[in-house]
Design a protein around this ligand. Sequence first.
Ligand code: HAH
Length: 339
Amino acid sequence: MKQTSSEIPALHEMFREAFKIGAAVSTGIIAAQGPFIARHYNSITAENEMKPALVQPQEGEFTFEAADSIFEYAEAHGIGVRGHTLLWHNQTGDWMFRDTEGGTCSREQLLARLQTHINTVVGRYRGRAYAWDVVNEAIEDKTDQYLRDTQWLEIIGEDYLRQAFEMAHQADPDALLFYNDYNETDPVKSVKIHKLVRSLLDQNTPIHGIGMQGHWNIYGPSIEEIRNALKLYASLGLKIHITELDLSVFRHDDKRTDLKAPTAEMLKLQEERYAEIFALLLEFKDSIDSVTFWGVADDYTWLDGFPVRGRKNWPFLFDEQKQPKASFARLADLTASQS
Ligand code: HAH
């Protein structure tokens, strides 16, 4: 008999002793798949609709319709919300960095705008978002430079990071505040992330965790690399959230576009990887309290457009028809054997 999704265990219940299980969503996806999301996930993150450019496209013009409806959906279903993101070099209106003549604004002006943005956004959802990605992707990873060259760094200087966390903490003292980044298992980059967070802590900055995005693939990073990164970050005594997990079926430099479906070999590797990654995450369950997939099911993923535009990818536990893949069954086995 064909199994229907109501007969399989709920994903978030499989991990209830360990951590929340989240998905990135949009208002459109919630409208189309609300019951499925509520069955399997107990945390959600707006994939785009709470990013700076979407929430404040022009100075002082805040657009909260989408974010409000995401919170309403979450609260009606007992689902937690992770806020993403307050300060980033992408998807942020250019007006933020300009003066009235179109030149570069001053440090004071940019700090004032950051304060207004964070106060307004975090303040609006005060007590309702359990965590915020305060700063996204501030570490340089193409050269041996420490911080990424962004307008935030150029205009404000290194203390923009500390300032953003202080502002977020003031706006919602109960929210857990995260530094979030990708390639977080890279041995060189992880040392820089550790150094940044260490220095924020040394300045008594209200930072509570590190977000490891987890845009990985079926070939890497290795479990050893992930373990080393988890150990390093956990050694800071902070929480770790896996914030944007997906396992691409392609290596990062694979430019193939001809596949209409994942191969059996890809699915086998993906299943093995999901099993070993979640076994590892369970080992670190004292530090990890939330694991979010960067999507709901294989019918839609940002990887359909990145890094190769228009190439379908299949990175999740549920297929394009929302049926559980072999990877899902492996996680059900893993968690059943633990309890
Ligand atoms: C993440 N960046 C972002 O945090 C998330 O907001 C977005 O929706 C998707 C992925 C990862 C990334 C990127 O966008 C571009 C280059 C490298 C990594």
